[in-house]
Design a protein around this ligand. Structure first.
Ligand code: FAD
Length: 478
């Protein structure tokens, strides 16, 4: 249901309110009411005890209930001349949304949780004192869209990215390696994916970046969106962009007054992937020297990449840093809370994945040298497995949009195109949406379709078959 009012914003109220400028301590929004103390439940013996409640109403059921029952926000305040947009998420999509708004003359603030830098799933880790460098999420990307191509050319000129000329291919269990053709070109961050993310806004004058910051609440009020981080105000904005997904986004949207957007976000399914970063004293016994390989027919490993080759070239003699990714099926079976991985799980996953590497390389189990450094990480919300196949979602009544890889696919390119599209959509809306805002609605009811690709995403232009369960090695490692 959509409600509107003669005041700039009101929700779930029968008559217009005389609204104060700042949000009240006790917000008028029913969905933002302060949390009640735990309810007392009578016991059989007549005493009472506190019923345990999940913290912050975070269960899937409670989020769903809140998401679908909330009423639609309707901003009716005149469109401001110089709007400020909040972008929650500083991955590729959020950064390019900010850049696209900047190019159209609009201001934005990007909020990101990253402690070490921006980038989200463009993650790079530097381990001292050995100076071990790992890209531990996105590995490389391809380009098919001219708009994205133009951006990448600029990054090439500035030295933010370069072509990865190392050998990339497919390795089948037992060590059978097939090299992919060198076209289309593969691009990598010159010093890793995260430094690329940190460079994208280097010339922006209309973008503020706030990190590390975890936006925990969005409150529409009096014609503005008010953002806060665990009770600490983080500013007021004329429009918001959700440039992240998964549980966190569902929680944020569950009480925001954006039921259509919340529903679309809830329709998204995500896989999980374990990453194992491992540094070896000696080179691994690969069939031929290669930079990266999609692994086929091995249950616990779907990708292996030689970061030392990628960053320092094949001649480098130093420690050999590898990134291994599990298959989505293996991660599903070994899923734990990603913020709190039990040691026993970490050890089991590490052993299982190293065994998978041996199977892939056709080496006897237990024969490969032990890494002198290793670390596992679970990407709990790694990659989308379905998509609405639309560049972005925008709700002009709630002045809110979503961008992210999942709207178009599962790659850096799709994240970039989604961010650019949403930035343009919001700019168009603020420029021309005064009289007929509904014309700027996009993607609010688009249905989802399954998404094909590798376990670690899509690489437009690079063709390869997905893993099959029929392979004997897959069965062996399972
Ligand atoms: C293991 C793995 C391997 C991959 N390999 C490749 C590859 O080789 N090539 C390729 O093209 N793609 C690859 N991908 C996919 C690619 O990384 C993603 O498609 C792309 O980076 C997604 O960008 P995004 O902006 O949509 O989201 P994200 O990168 O996830 O960015 C979202 C950001 O929002 C932040 N955030 C979340 N909640 C909040 C909040 N409440 N407040 C503030 N900030 C918040 C997050 O911390 C994050 O920084 C891989 C992904 C994974 C997981």
């Amino acid at each position: 249901m959509m409600l509107s009012s003669s005041s700039s914003f009101f929700l779930n109220s029968k008559k217009p309110l005389n609204l104060p400028i700042k949000p009240r301590k006790t917000p008028i929004l029913y969905q933002n009411a302060p949390q009640q103390p735990p309810r007392k439940k009578p016991n059989m013996d007549g005493t009472t005890k506190y019923r345990r409640r999940s913290s912050y109403g975070t269960s899937r059921k409670s989020i769903l209930k809140k998401s679908f029952n909330q009423e639609q926000v309707n901003f009716t305040a005149p469109l401001p001349d110089d709007p400020l947009v909040a972008i929650i998420g500083g991955g590729m999509s959020g950064l390019l949304c900010a850049l696209s708004l900047e190019k159209r003359g609009f201001r934005s603030t990007v909020f990101d949780t990253g402690v070490h830098g921006l980038g989200g799933r463009m993650g790079t880790r530097l381990i001292e004192p050995h100076h071990l460098l790992f890209d531990h999420a996105a590995q490389f990307f391809t380009v098919t869209d001219p708009k994205f191509g133009q951006l990448v050319s600029g990054w090439l000129e500035k030295g933010f990215v370069r072509e990865w000329e190392g050998t990339i291919g497919e390795i089948k269990a037992g060590g059978r390696f097939t090299t992919f053709p060198s076209s289309p070109p593969r691009y990598v961050g010159a010093n890793g994916m995260r430094p690329l993310a940190d460079s994208i806004l280097h010339q922006a004058t209309k973008v503020d970046v706030v990190r590390p910051c975890w936006i925990s609440k969005l409150e529409p009020f009096n014609g503005k969106w008010y953002l806060s981080e665990n009770g600490k105000p983080r500013g007021e904005f004329d429009a918001i962009v959700i440039a992240h997904n998964g549980k966190c986004a569902n929680r944020l949207l569950s009480t925001s007054g954006l039921p259509l957007i919340a529903k679309q976000m809830k329709s998204l399914n995500l896989s999980s992937i374990w990453a194992l970063m491992a540094a070896f004293e000696e080179p691994l016994p690969t069939p031929i020297p290669f930079g990266g390989a999609f692994v086929k027919g091995v249950y616990s490993v779907s990708w292996m990449a030689n970061n030392t080759e990628k960053f320092l070239g094949s001649e480098n003699k130093g420690p050999h840093c590898w990134t291994f990714f599990s298959s989505a099926a293996y991660a599903k079976r070994n899923k734990v809370p990603q913020e709190n991985i039990p040691n026993v799980t970490a050890e089991r996953v590490k052993a299982g994945m190293l065994e998978g590497v041996e199977i892939a390389l056709g080496q006897p189990i237990g024969s490969i040298q032990k890494p002198f450094y290793s670390r596992v990480q679970l990407w709990g919300a790694a990659l989308p497995t379905n998509t609405p196949g639309i560049p972005c979602i925008f709700d002009p009544f709630g002045r809110a949009g979503i961008c992210g890889d999942w709207l178009l696919g599962s790659s850096i390119e799709s994240a970039a195109l989604s961010g650019i599209a949403l930035g343009d959509q919001i700019a168009d809306y603020f420029q021309n949406g005064k009289d007929c805002p509904d014309e700027f609605a996009i993607g609010l009811e688009k249905e989802f379709q399954p998404l094909e690709g590798h376990d670690i995403g899509q690489f437009p232009g690079l063709e390869s078959e997905p893993s099959t369960k029929e392979s004997p090695a897959y069965q062996l490692a399972a």
